[in-house]
Design a protein around this ligand. Structure first.
Ligand SMILES: Cc1cc2nc3c(=O)[nH]c(=O)nc-3n(C[C@H](O)[C@H](O)[C@H](O)COP(=O)(O)OP(=O)(O)OC[C@H]3O[C@@H](n4cnc5c(N)ncnc54)[C@H](O)[C@@H]3O)c2cc1C
Length: 330
């Protein structure tokens, strides 16, 4: 099968790129999403705070994603294929995807990777201690609570003050979990100031700056954590350690762009942060292959993802030699 433009990932980045490519004259867009609906990570972000920049209006994540999903579905030039996992891509832009009952091969004129991020884990920051159950990446816990309706535990400590951890401190508190502390190794919070105010201060949740979880205790399940103050030289200050009893630890220590398909296609990837080596926004080292959204760099705000990812759609249209047609409904 030959397609003009294939976009991998139906989150805010992929949807913005698809709409912008159409507006710039691309006639045939195939949008592939491995999940069963469009929206990406925003489907689990049921809190408000989205759209303030882009729509000048406060929306939840699903509401924000829904506005773009409606536009994508109404566009006759965009075919959306859900439950479609792209497993292979090469440098000549031939790709394969799996959908229920079929393995489909496509030759694309151009490809945009909008595959998002995955979370850094406990192992990647080497928190010492035992290996009990009850340690979760914060975004996974967000999915458990908001999509599956499960609570990860009853008393939690959060390692790292990234936005996902801050949002989850509030979310767990609202669901009846006692959040005992957020522990941040740096002298200042990693997340947005508004999230510190609205998610911690408003709920009286303590934030320990210049502290780290120095040990996780527990045989089968987490029973407590040891927290230590971190000295200027990076070591634990002697005599500063204290224990917090808890059965759950959430780890919110950053995101890693998903760029395995880019690597498979022979594209250069910066090993320090897994982003494409790039001569400009949304470009990769492979001609005709673009990357946008969290796959290009880690964004704090979905609004910025939307704005920047539209550029990927326009770049792909330019590469394909497309130009807007006044007759074409976009
Ligand atoms: C847990 C979490 C919580 C966040 N909370 C907020 C928040 O509260 N506010 C905010 O502004 N930002 C938040 N962000 C930042 C958020 O990532 C961006 O705002 C935005 O969602 C990134 O958009 P994206 O389209 O690049 O990635 P995503 O939304 O992650 O979408 C990527 C899509 O690509 C699909 N995909 C990946 N690989 C393949 C493949 N091989 N084949 C087919 N499909 C594939 C995925 O299923 C996914 O749907 C959060 C991020 C995370 C990870």
């Amino acid at each position: 099968m030959r397609r003009e433009l294939v976009i991998v990932g139906g989150g805010p980045a992929g949807m913005a790129a698809a709409l912008a490519a159409r507006a710039a004259g691309v006639r045939d867009v195939l949008l592939l999403e491995r999940d069963s609906c469009l929206g990406g990570i925003l489907n689990q972000c049921i809190h408000p705070g989205f759209g303030l920049h882009y729509f000048k209006q406060e929306l939840t994540g699903p509401e924000y994603a829904g506005r773009f999903a409606d536009l994508v579905r109404q566009d006759p030039g965009i075919e959306v294929s859900l439950n479609s996992f792209v497993s292979k891509l090469d440098g000549s832009l031939e790709l394969s995807y799996l959908r229920p009952g079929a393995l489909v091969d496509v030759k694309a004129g151009a490809v945009i990777l909008a595959t998002g991020c995955r979370e850094r884990t406990r192992e990647m920051i080497t928190i010492p201690g035992m290996r009990p159950a009850g340690v979760f990446p914060a975004g996974l816990a967000q999915k458990m609570v908001n999509i599956e309706g499960w609570l990860p535990g009853t008393e939690a400590v959060i390692a790292g003050s990234g936005d996902i951890g801050l949002i989850m401190a509030r979310r767990l508190t609202l669901e009846g979990v006692k959040v005992k502390a957020v522990v941040e190794i740096k002298p200042e919070p990693s997340g947005l100031a508004r999230n510190v105010a609205q998610c911690l201060d408003d709920f009286g949740i303590p934030l320990y700056l210049r502290h780290r979880i120095s040990f996780i205790h527990g045989a089968d399940r987490v029973s407590k954590v040891t927290v230590s103050r971190v000295a200027e030289n990076g070591s634990d200050e002697p005599g500063s350690s204290f224990d917090i009893a808890c059965d759950t630890v959430l780890v919110s220590v950053g995101l890693i762009p998903e760029n395995e398909l880019l690597e498979m296609a022979g594209g250069a990837v910066d090993r320090r942060n897994n982003t494409p080596v790039s001569a400009g926004v949304n470009l990769t080292s492979v001609p005709g292959l673009f990357a946008c959204g969290n796959a290009f760099k880690v964004y704090d705000l979905a609004d910025s993802v939307t704005a920047d990812s539209a550029l990927a759609g326009r770049l792909a249209a330019e590469y394909l030699g497309a130009s807007p047609s006044p007759e074409e409904p976009v």
